[in-house]
Design a protein around this ligand. Structure first.
Ligand code: SF4
Length: 328
């Protein structure tokens, strides 16, 4: 696809990584696609026509629609039809067979124009599954109403914990614990007390890793820094950030002060979510990731023991067993 359509790399101002791309097809030209869009409009919905995925990328970006959630709602509908839970009569006559490009294009346009069943799809997978029922909730891949990315957490356990505890739902950027994919075993032992923290298939040490990278992620956001660099490349630490803040503001920042501020911020975020009605029951993963082991590949037989991982995470945060921060 890159050989055929990519014209150049693109990047943010002054960045020499240039992690984005620009492409031209016979029908459209646009920036991207991001990995999640490409996956959401190809393998996630049974589509092998990558030119079509590029067309959807351009259209969704122009219309301001989240391609990841759009792809998941379509994938959910297709799986429900495959399993015989729903038929085309349940979807305004649209045939949600895997990879049906006509249906995909039509439902996307109906969402954009808020027409017919498009009004329901626009509200996401959780809404669709809750209102249409018949056991379809089991196939809705969301956390707290936000659809999860295409990275299957059964093979990346710290990411699984991240989706589960993220305050706005299945959000990998909450902590993006890329470290678990690095095989930096000695570094893992030094920083997180176990070599397993650098083993993507292990759940051991992952609560400690996620609790750390959650703060590191927040720090990159606060410094308006790119997460690819500050977090995924593990460049940013609290002392370095305090040096930058001291230089920029003249105020007496230290690594410890920065870290305390980050911890307080995460606690306040949690307290707000509790006010909005979020409980420990919401800190979980879709049924598939906790009960259906993968059947092949390098992550064969894996599921995510999310309950125990979340408990470990609460303990490290100093929260009670219901995920409620203790009064200090
Ligand atoms: S997203 Fe990050 S790595 Fe990519 S071009 Fe922008 S600053 Fe560079």
């Amino acid at each position: 696809m890159a050989k055929k359509y990519k014209k150049k790399n693109k990047g943010c101002f002054n960045c020499n990584i240039n992690c984005s791309r620009y492409y031209i097809t016979p029908e459209v030209e646009s920036e991207g696609p991001e990995y999640e869009t490409l996956c959401s409009f190809s393998s996630r919905i049974g589509n092998q026509d990558l030119e079509f995925a590029l067309k959807m990328n351009q259209y969704l970006n122009t219309m301001g629609v989240d391609s990841l959630s759009m792809g998941e709602t379509i994938g959910w509908a297709m799986e429900c039809v495959e399993k015989g839970i729903f038929t085309r009569d349940d979807f305004d006559g649209l045939d949600f067979t895997w990879g049906n490009l006509e249906t995909i294009q039509t439902i996307v346009e109906r969402v954009v124009n808020m027409e017919g069943i498009g009004q329901e799809f626009a509200r996401g997978t959780r809404h669709l599954a809750q209102t249409m029922g018949k056991g379809s909730e089991k196939y809705a891949l969301h956390v707290k109403g936000l659809d999860v990315i295409c990275g299957d957490p059964r093979g990346i356990k710290a990411f699984g914990l991240t989706y589960a505890i993220a305050s706005r739902g299945g959000d990998h950027l909450r902590a993006e614990p890329f470290f678990e994919l690095t095989n930096r075993f000695e570094e893992a032992e030094k920083r997180f007390g176990t070599r397993d923290a650098a083993n993507r298939l292990s759940d051991n040490g992952k609560a400690k890793l996620v609790e750390f990278t959650e703060r590191q992620a927040l720090l990159t956001d606060c410094l308006t820094m790119c997460k690819n660099v500050g977090l995924s490349m593990d460049v940013l630490d609290f002392d370095l950030a305090s040096d930058l803040l001291r230089a920029g503001t003249g105020l007496a920042f230290t690594g410890d002060r920065v870290d305390t501020a980050l911890k307080n911020c995460i606690t306040n975020d949690r307290l707000m979510n509790i006010d909005f009605g979020v409980t420990a029951k919401d800190d979980t993963l879709p049924h598939r990731f906790t009960h259906e082991p993968l059947t092949e590949g390098d992550s064969k037989d894996q599921v995510v023991p999310v309950r125990d991982m979340v408990k470990d995470y609460y303990k490290i945060k100093g929260w009670d067993e219901h995920g409620v921060p203790k009064k200090s």
